[in-house]
Design a protein around this ligand. Structure first.
Ligand SMILES: Cc1ncc(C[n+]2csc(CCOP(=O)(O)OP(=O)(O)O)c2C)c(N)n1
Ligand SMILES: [Mg+2]
Length: 812
C-alpha cells in the first residue's frame, strides 16, 4: 500500500480501490474529530460567562472529504493551503491525526490560548499557511502568494515547486475582492494555483437561490482560468450512463437549489415523492425500480464526498500548468451528520444524544474517542507515511540584508515628503546590499505617488519580457522578469493582499523581501480589511499613503484623507509614521526597512505564540514592539527644510535621529523669554508644521514661550505611553511619563496639537503629559480650495493655532 495519489481513471485498479478504502476510513475519523472538537468546545467546557461558544460542524463536514483527499493523498510538502474559516476544526483534526498537534489542544477550540475559531498563522499551534476569517481574503491570499513566489523565482532562482491551494465557501464568491484578484493581470497565468470551491449551495442564512455556478464558471473562464467541475459521485455517474440516465441528469441539473437541498434529511419514502415532484415521466420510470433507500443514496451522491472523483479533479487541475484552476466541488453542508442539508444548519450543533450515536456508530468509546489510529492498522500506517511526506525541512537561514541608517538625502530647498520618498527609494536602488530585495507595488498610482524614478531604474515586473511600444524619456516603462515594480489594476484590496504576500515570502517562499507599496492615502480605507488581514498574518512591509490630508487642497473632499492617521495609530502590528521633513523620513524609512530585514532573517520568526501544553500564553502588553508593517502618511506639500536643519545643528544627528525614531523631537525652542513668561507647547504632525512654526514665532513675539514639537510617530509615542501606563496598572505602581515624551516636551506646559488629520489622533497627548490641551485637526470632509483656504476652514492656519494656544493657557 502506498500513500500516494489513487490514480485517475474511473476503472481503478484493485490497489487503488484499497487505497480509497483506507482514505474513506480516515475521512470518517476526520469527520468525527472535527465534529467532536466543536462539541467539546460547547459542551465539555464551562466558560463561566454564559456566552455561547459556537463553531461550525456543518460547514466543517462539507469539506471533510476534500481535505482528506488533499492532506492524505494529493499534497506535497512544499504545497501551501488556505482553509475556509469555518473548516478550521477539520484542519486541526487532520494535523492531529498527522501527529502535528498535541491531543490536549483538541478540547481548546475557541478557548483563550487554544485553537483559534478560524485558522490563524500567528496564533494556532499547528501553523496553517494562511489565516482566514474575513471571507474572501483568505481565499484570494494563495493567489497573491503564488504571484509572490513567481516574483521570487524570477529574481532569486526557482524554489521547489509549491502548489497554492484555497478551500473556499461557495458564498465567499459573493465578495468583490475575489473578483478583483481574479481579474488583475498580476495574477495571470499562475498555473500553481488551485481554488476548490465548496459548493454546498448554502450560505449563513439560507439555501442560495438560483444556479450561480454557471455564471461563476463563465467569469473564471473569461479571466483565463481553467474550470473543472466535480459534481456527481460515481453512483450517479454510472446511473447517467444507463438508458434513461440522461433525463435523470437533466432533471437534477435543472432542479432549483432549494428543491434539491430539501431532499436531505427526508425519510427515504418521502424523499422519492419530493425528488419526483414535477419530474418528467421518464425520470419517474427510471427511478421506479430503485428501492427507496438506494434512491436516497443515489440522488444525493455528490462528487464532493467521493474521494476518487475528488482526486481525479485535483489531478486535472494539476495537469494544467499554464493558468490557475478552479474546481467546483459539489458537497453537502453537514455531510454525514443529522443536520445534513438543513437550511438552518450553519451554526447548528449536534445534541449530546446525536454525538453519542455517532461515536458508537464509528466503533469509538468515551475512552478511545480522541485516539489517533493504531499504528499497526492500514490507516495508522497511512497517516504515518503522510506525516513524513508532508514534513517540511527547517527554513534555511536567510542572508542578512544590510540597510543603511540613512541614504543621506540632501534637502536644501522646500521639499515634500512624497518627493523625498521617491528619491530615497532611488538611492536605495543604487546600493547592492539592499537593491535586490526591494520590490514596489501600486494600484495604478505608481507615477502619481513618485515611484517613477525607482521604476526607471529597476523596471516593471512581468513574468516574460514585453516589448515596449512607447519611447517616453521621462518614464521608462520597460517590463520583464528582472523588473522590481509590480503594477496592479486599481484595486486597493489587491495592493494590500499582494503586499501581505510579498511580506510573507520569508516564510512561504524562503526568501525575505523588502516590499514597499503606495496608495493615495484616503484609499487606504478601501483596502483596509486586506491591510488588517495581511498584518494579522504576520506580513512585513512598508505602505506609503500619499498624498494625504487637506494639503492636497485642489483635489477636494473625495481625495483628502482625514481618519487614516487614527487608523494607522490604532492598528495592531502597524507602526504609523508621519514625518514632515525629508531627512527625518530618510531615517525613519531606513529604520523601517532595517526592522523588516532583521525580522525576515530571524529563524523561527513564524513560531506561534501559544504553548504546546494548551495553557494560555502570557499576556503581552499591547503594542510593545514594532512588528510587521510600517505605514507612512506623506504629502505633496513642499515645505521649507531649514527648521529641521537648525534642529540638526542644535541637537546633532545621533541625538536627533534617536528622537525622530522614537516619535517626537523639539523642532523649535521657546527662546530666551523671562522665567515668568507663560509657556505653551505646540505639537504638530506632518505637512502643517510651517503653520505651527509661524504661530510659535508670533506667540513668542507676544511674550509667550512657545516651543514646537514635531511628532514623527504618534503611534510610537502612544505605545510608549500605554506601555508605562499598563505597567503601572499591572504592578499597581504609579506610572511615569515615558522618556520619548519627556525629552520632546520637557517642562509641563499646556499644549496645542495640530494635525492635517482628525483632531482625535493627537488629542490624548494632554492626558499623557498631564496638562490642558486643545486639539486642532480636520473633523469634517474636505473640499476644494487652496491650502490656505482649507487650513483656515479647518482652523489649522497660524491665527487659529495662536488662539488655540491662548485657549490652552486659559485652561491651566
Ligand atoms: C467578510 C465577512 N462577512 C461575513 C462573515 C460572516 N460569515 C461567516 S460564514 C458566512 C457564510 C459563508 O458561506 P459559505 O462561504 O458558503 O460557507 P459554508 O456554506 O461552507 O459555511 C458568513 C456570512 C465573515 N466571516 N466575513
Ligand atoms: Mg456554502
Amino acid at each position: 500500500m502506498t500513500a500516494t495519489s489513487t490514480g485517475t481513471s474511473a476503472g481503478r485498479s484493485a490497489a487503488a480501490q484499497a487505497d480509497l478504502a483506507v482514505l474513506q476510513q480516515i475521512q470518517q475519523r476526520v469527520l468525527w474529530l472535527a465534529t467532536r472538537i466543536v462539541d467539546a468546545a460547547n459542551h465539555d467546557r464551562d466558560t463561566g460567562d454564559g456566552v455561547k461558544v459556537g463553531g461550525h460542524q456543518a460547514s466543517s463536514a462539507s469539506l471533510v472529504s476534500a481535505m482528506t483527499a488533499l492532506y492524505f493523498s494529493f499534497l506535497d510538502a512544499p504545497d501551501k493551503v488556505s482553509v475556509k474559516p469555518h473548516a478550521s476544526p477539520v484542519y486541526h483534526a487532520i494535523q492531529y491525526l498527522l501527529g502535528n498537534l498535541d491531543r490536549g489542544y483538541l478540547t481548546t477550540l475557541r478557548a483563550f490560548g487554544g485553537l483559534q475559531a478560524y485558522p490563524s498563522r500567528t496564533k494556532d499551534p499547528d501553523g496553517p499557511d494562511f489565516s482566514t476569517g474575513s471571507v474572501g481574503l483568505g481565499a484570494a491570499a494563495p493567489l497573491f502568494a503564488a504571484a509572490a513566489r513567481r516574483y521570487v523565482d524570477a529574481h532569486f532562482g526557482p524554489r521547489p515547486r509549491s502548489r497554492f491551494i484555497a478551500l473556499i465557501g461557495d458564498a465567499e464568491l459573493d465578495e468583490g475582492n475575489i473578483w478583483e484578484a481574479v481579474a488583475d493581470p498580476a495574477t495571470d497565468g499562475l498555473g500553481s494555483v488551485m481554488w476548490i470551491v465548496d459548493v454546498n449551495r448554502q450560505s449563513l442564512d439560507r439555501v442560495v437561490p438560483g444556479v450561480r455556478i454557471a455564471q461563476w464558471e463563465q467569469q473564471f473562464t473569461a479571466a483565463g482560468w481553467h474550470v473543472v467541475e466535480a459534481k456527481y459521485g460515481h453512483r450517479l455517474a454510472a446511473a447517467f450512463g444507463r438508458p434513461g440516465g440522461g433525463q435523470l441528469r437533466d432533471w437534477i441539473d435543472a432542479m432549483p437549489n432549494e428543491h434539491y437541498q430539501s431532499l436531505f434529511g427526508l425519510p427515504p419514502a418521502e424523499l422519492r415523492a419530493r425528488f419526483l415532484d414535477g419530474a418528467p415521466v421518464e425520470v419517474s420510470q427510471f427511478c421506479a425500480d430503485i428501492p427507496d433507500g438506494e434512491l436516497a443514496t443515489l440522488v444525493t451522491d455528490l462528487a464532493g464526498h467521493d474521494l476518487g472523483s475528488l482526486l481525479d479533479s485535483f489531478a486535472q487541475c494539476d495537469a494544467d500548468k499554464d493558468r490557475p484552476s478552479v474546481v467546483f466541488v459539489y458537497t453537502v453542508k453537514g455531510w454525514g451528520l443529522p443536520i445534513a442539508g438543513n437550511p438552518r444548519n450553519h451554526s447548528a450543533l449536534l445534541s449530546a444524544g446525536q454525538i453519542d450515536e455517532m461515536r458508537t456508530r464509528l466503533g469509538l468509546t468515551r475512552e478511545t474517542e480522541w485516539d489517533r489510529f493504531d499504528p499497526m492498522t492500514p490507516a495508522g500506517q497511512w497517516t504515518a507515511a503522510r506525516r513524513e511526506q508532508l514534513a517540511r525541512p527547517p527554513r534555511a537561514a536567510a542572508p542578512a540584508v544590510t540597510v543603511p541608517d540613512a541614504t543621506g538625502i540632501r534637502a536644501s530647498r522646500a521639499l515634500a515628503t512624497q518627493e523625498a520618498f521617491g528619491r530615497i527609494l532611488v538611492d536605495l536602488s543604487r546600493r547592492d546590499a539592499v537593491a535586490p530585495y526591494l520590490v514596489t507595488a501600486a494600484p495604478d498610482v505608481a507615477t502619481s505617488t513618485n515611484l517613477a524614478g525607482f521604476i526607471n531604474r529597476v523596471r516593471v515586473f512581468s513574468p516574460a519580457a514585453r516589448r515596449s511600444w512607447t519611447e517616453d524619456p521621462v518614464l521608462k516603462w520597460a517590463e520583464g522578469p528582472e523588473g522590481q515594480h509590480i503594477e496592479l489594476g486599481i484595486s486597493e484590496m489587491n495592493l494590500f493582499l499582494l503586499l501581505g504576500q510579498l511580506g510573507l515570502t520569508w516564510d512561504l517562499s524562503d526568501q525575505p523581501l523588502l516590499p514597499v507599496g503606495t496608495v493615495y492615502d484616503p484609499f487606504v480605507l478601501r483596502g483596509l480589511d486586506a491591510f488588517i488581514y495581511s498584518v494579522y498574518s504576520g506580513a512585513r512591509f512598508i505602505v506609503a499613503g500619499t498624498p494625504s490630508g487637506v494639503t492636497l487642497a485642489p483635489e477636494g473632499g473625495a481625495h483628502q484623507s482625514t481618519i487614516t492617521a487614527s487608523v494607522g495609530l490604532e492598528l495592531p502590528g502597524v507602526t504609523f509614521i508621519e514625518p514632515a521633513y525629508a531627512v527625518a523620513l530618510d531615517w525613519l524609512m531606513c529604520g523601517a526597512l532595517q526592522a523588516i530585514a532583521a525580522a525576515g532573517a530571524a529563524p523561527g520568526a513564524a513560531a506561534p505564540t501559544a504553548p504546546p501544553d494548551g495553557a494560555p500564553p502570557g499576556a503581552v502588553p499591547p503594542g510593545t514592539v514594532d512588528s510587521g508593517a510600517f505605514y507612512f502618511r506623506l504629502s505633496t506639500r513642499g515645505i521649507d527644510q531649514a527648521p529641521f536643519a537648525a534642529a540638526r545643528e542644535r541637537l546633532g544627528d545621533a541625538v536627533l535621529r534617536r528622537q525622530v525614531l522614537a516619535g517626537a523631537y523639539r523642532l523649535a525652542e521657546a527662546g530666551d523669554l523671562a522665567e515668568t513668561a507663560p509657556r505653551v507647547h505646540l505639537a504638530g504632525c506632518g505637512a502643517v508644521l510651517p503653520e505651527v512654526l509661524a504661530a510659535a514665532a508670533e506667540l513668542r513675539e507676544e511674550g509667550i514661550a512657545a516651543s514646537v514639537v514635531d511628532v514623527t510617530s504618534a503611534d510610537r509615542l502612544y505605545r510608549a505611553w500605554q506601555r508605562t501606563l499598563r505597567q503601572g496598572v499591572r504592578t499597581a505602581t504609579a506610572p511615569s511619563i515615558p522618556g520619548a515624551l519627556r525629552t520632546a516636551f520637557g517642562d509641563r506646559a499646556p499644549i496645542v496639537t495640530v494635525h492635517d488629520a482628525a483632531s482625535h489622533t493627537l488629542s490624548w497627548l494632554g492626558s499623557a503629559l498631564g496638562v490642558p490641551a486643545v486639539s486642532l485637526g480636520v473633523d469634517s470632509f474636505g473640499q476644494s480650495g487652496a491650502v490656505a483656504d482649507l487650513y483656515r476652514a479647518h482652523d489649522l492656519d497660524s491665527g487659529s493655532i495662536i488662539n488655540a494656544a491662548l485657549a490652552a493657557l486659559s485652561l491651566r
